[in-house]
Ligand binder design. Structure first.
Ligand SMILES: C[S@@+](CC[C@H](N)C(=O)[O-])C[C@H]1O[C@@H](n2cnc3c(N)ncnc32)[C@H](O)[C@@H]1O
Length: 265
């Protein structure tokens, strides 16, 4: 298959996200660009730490997340950008506002309000947490500084032109977009970190469900994951590359972790 990539400017993510691929993104983007594909699919896109940082794109791109807040935010940024920016002007970085929005059920809001709520909570939360958010403060500029934020959102808006945005379980999106010319980049919740996200969407047993699903695909795939024997045991026939990374969240001391890039197809 002839390579069919177009250059594209890497753009920042809209907000910090626990498990965002800040340190691994460049390496993953290089690996992705080495594999010929016409369709690129991210079944677990989160805040797009890899999706948005790539500098080459194929004809067809798909982002997906089972968290409705994620899909809503990207759809709003893609289709209702101006109205969204107008709404954000009314947001303030205060603990009181944070707590009020946190306790507002997303389902009670319009899509515009829901996207603004999610962006606000994600930018303010300590460590970009999703499952258990707390108000994060540091000694730098407030994270919800709208004049600084709008140019970032504008870049994301431009980058999302023509992207398919799905809101499905990973298995459904993999089956829907599977083809010999498809490349899936998978970044599921890490082993024993499933509770960092909406717990009902992905539990410990879903790692085996994902491995079984990937065994049957016609396309190719790359997955990032923490290096634990339980995951290695699920992928006996895959290629596994080990990488050592150092992470720090807030003021906690840096922690070294071993991650793996698993690939197949
Ligand atoms: C490790 S995070 C992805 C981080 C992303 N790569 C980034 O840079 O921001 C995992 C994501 O998988 C999503 N997720 C959890 N269960 C899912 C499921 N069953 N199907 C699809 N997405 C799911 C979560 O909502 C979360 O956004």
């Amino acid at each position: 298959m002839q390579r069919m990539f177009a250059p594209v400017p890497p753009v920042p993510t809209p907000a910090p996200y626990v498990g965002g691929k800040r340190l691994l993104a460049k390496r993953l983007a290089l690996r992705i660009a080495e594999i010929p594909h016409r369709t690129y699919v991210e079944p677990f896109v989160g805040m797009g730490g890899v999706f948005l940082r790539r500098s080459l794109k194929p004809e067809c791109e798909v982002m997906n997340d089972a968290n409705g807040d994620v899909a809503c935010l990207f759809r709003i940024l893609q289709r209702h950008f101006e109205a969204f920016c107008d709404m954000l002007k009314w947001q303030l970085t205060s603990r009181e506002h944070f707590e009020r929005l946190k306790s507002t059920p997303a389902e009670s809001l319009t899509d515009l309000e829901r996207a603004a709520r999610f962006l606000y909570l994600q930018r303010i939360s300590f460590g970009g947490k999703v499952g258990s958010r707390s108000f994060g403060t540091n000694h730098r500029v407030a994270r919800f500084d709208v004049p600084r934020l709008v140019p970032i959102l504008e870049q994301i808006h431009a980058r999302l032109a023509g992207v398919w945005i799905e809101h499905l379980d990973f298995e459904a999106v993999i089956r829907k977009w599977d083809h010999p010319d498809t490349l899936f980049y998978l970044d599921p919740p890490y082993w024993a970190c499933e509770h960092y996200y909406v717990a009902s969407l992905f539990g410990p047993a879903d790692h085996a469900r994902l491995a079984a699903c990937l065994r049957g695909v016609n396309g190719r795939w790359i997955m990032s994951m923490n290096d634990v024997p339980e995951i290695r045991a699920l992928y006996p026939d895959a290629r596994i590359e080990t990488t050592d990374l150092t992470y720090s969240v807030g003021s906690t001391s840096p922690k070294s972790v071993s991650e793996i890039i698993v690939s197949g197809g």
